[in-house]
Each structure stands twice: as C-alpha cells, then as structure tokens.
Design a protein. Sequence first.
Length: 354
Amino acid sequence: MRIILLYGGQSAEHDVSILSAFSVLNAVYYNYYQVQLVYITKEGQWVKGPLLNEKPASEEVLHLHWQNAGDTAQVIQPCQIKEDNAIVLPILHGPNGEDGTIQGFLETIGMPYVGAGVMTSASSMDKITTKYILHAVDIPQVPYVPVLKNQWKENPKKVFEQCEGTLLYPMFVKPANMGSSVGISEAHNREELQEALIEAYHYDSRVVIEQSIEAREIEVAILGNEDVRTTLPGEIVKDVAFYDYNSKYIDNNIKMQIPAKIPEEVQEKARQYAKTAYTTLGGSGLSRCDFFLTSKNELFLNELNTMPGFTQFSMYPSLWEKTGLPYGDLIEELIQLGLNQYNQKKKLHVDVDE
C-alpha cells in the first residue's frame, strides 16, 4: 500500500510541517508501505517527489528540486495525487492544511486520509469557534474577547474599552486560525495591546484576546474514531513566561514531563474534558488537547489541535510512546483509523443510495 505524504503548505507553519514529515518518514514501516512525497510550496504549487521504499538518509530528501529537466520532482495538479490502494497522510499545520481545506479537497476526489474531517478541522482551527462550541458543553475556558479586524479598524477605542472592561493586563493576543505560537503576543498595557493586535492581524482577520493567568501547561493526546482513547497528561515545563516559535522548533528549549506531576483527580478531569471536547467537535483519528492548570488545580481548556506536531521533540507522539505505543505503531494506528473512517463513510453513502 502507498502512503501519500503531504507536507509543507502555505501557512506560517510550513517549516514545522517539514520537520514533522521527516520524523514520520523515519518511523514508517517500509515492509508494508511505500511513501510518495508530495510537497506543497509556500506559493501553493504541488510538487511530486520520489517514491520511498526505505528510511531516508537525511532531511534533504524533502527539499525537492523541479526546475531542471534532470530533476526527479515535478509540478502536478492536486487531483493527480489520486490513486488506488493509497491513503493520504496530510502532515500540514495551520491554515490551508489543518483547517478543513485539504480535507474537503480529499473528500471531493474520494481519497482516504488520516485525521479529522472537514467540519472538525475547520471548527477546531478557529479558536473563537472552538470556544463557542465548547462553552455549550460546560468545558471551562479562560475569559476572552473576540475581535474582528473590521471592528478594530472602525473603532479601536471601543475594542480597547471592551478588552479592558472584561480582562485584566497582562493579556494574550492570538490570531484565531494559527498555531505553533505564530503571531501570539503578550500585552501588559494599552500600547502593547495595540502592537499585539497589529501583529496578530498580519496572520488572520479574526483575533482572540485572552486573560493571561499563572498556570502550568498540561496536554493530553487523543486517538480514535468512535472508540476514543486518551493518554495520561504531560506537562510543558517552562523556564520562561512564554514559548515562542523559535523556542519550540528552532532552539528546542521545550522540556516535557510525562506524565505530569499532578493529582490523580486532575489527571482524570483533564482526560475527560479532552474526550468531551474531541467528541463534541466530531474528532476522528487524532488530536492533542491543551490545558492551563492553576495553583488551585483549576483546569481551563486552551485548544484542541487536530494535527499536532510530529517532530522528534513533539508532545503528541511522546505521550503515546510513554503510554506504550511506539512512534511506528502510532502511525500504523492512524492509517488504519483513516481507512476505517473512509470505508464507514463509503458504506453510509451506499446505504443512502439504496
């Protein structure tokens, strides 16, 4: 069987995707699969690379060249990835990859794929929409103010007053549709809030401003379609106030405690909240659920990430590794979950047609 590995993408998390893709390539069971590389450039070109039958020697294999006649890669139309006896593994983070766009395309051409479907991907990617949905099932979240770009342009003073009337400084300002700490800033006063909003609007027209709280960062990995499993929580152990993109992916300053040193009842509550959020949003395949935990053991759900990082430093595969599911087995489970989801949908369509 063939795995079509989609990586790169048009989001600001393009480079994270390449790091994740290389880790995946090193863990695939090549005695069962071939891996077809398909790279999406930052400009949106789809480039078909080599077909791999074994673990690559270096990350260089992912950096495709297609300008000259002798190059092994070629620019293709997206629909040309369709083939029989294959499944797509979209290791794409952020907009134009994790937000339902790729998922909708794959549904349209009738290809099985790993991970969440269209609705789940879209609603989970948008932090504002996620907050609205999870509020309906009583999952606690930090106080927040959503601000659209046109509201900010029309009346900045009203936005300042709304934020300062609802929240206290410091506040975190986040693009609604971005991950990996891209575009996120902490504001300690009105001047910094203005700068943070301008920065966030470079990445999205929808921004959410959240109350900053003193808290630990707790994460739970989720796996499954109808039968949902969760890991024990892990913790991002911080030695700085806020980890930005470089800290996470370039400098590798992240330290993880797995499992997190928290009371058993808090562990169970985090796992239950994670499972509830996942099923409410219609999750399938995988997700990582992130929480804030205060000194009073109060849990606040931060986000549900439907395509978490898969680098060698990432929390999601590390949590499953500690749970007894090695990286290669995890990828195998995800492939089987993707195939099962595809076959289930196919069966439903047949039943309806009949």
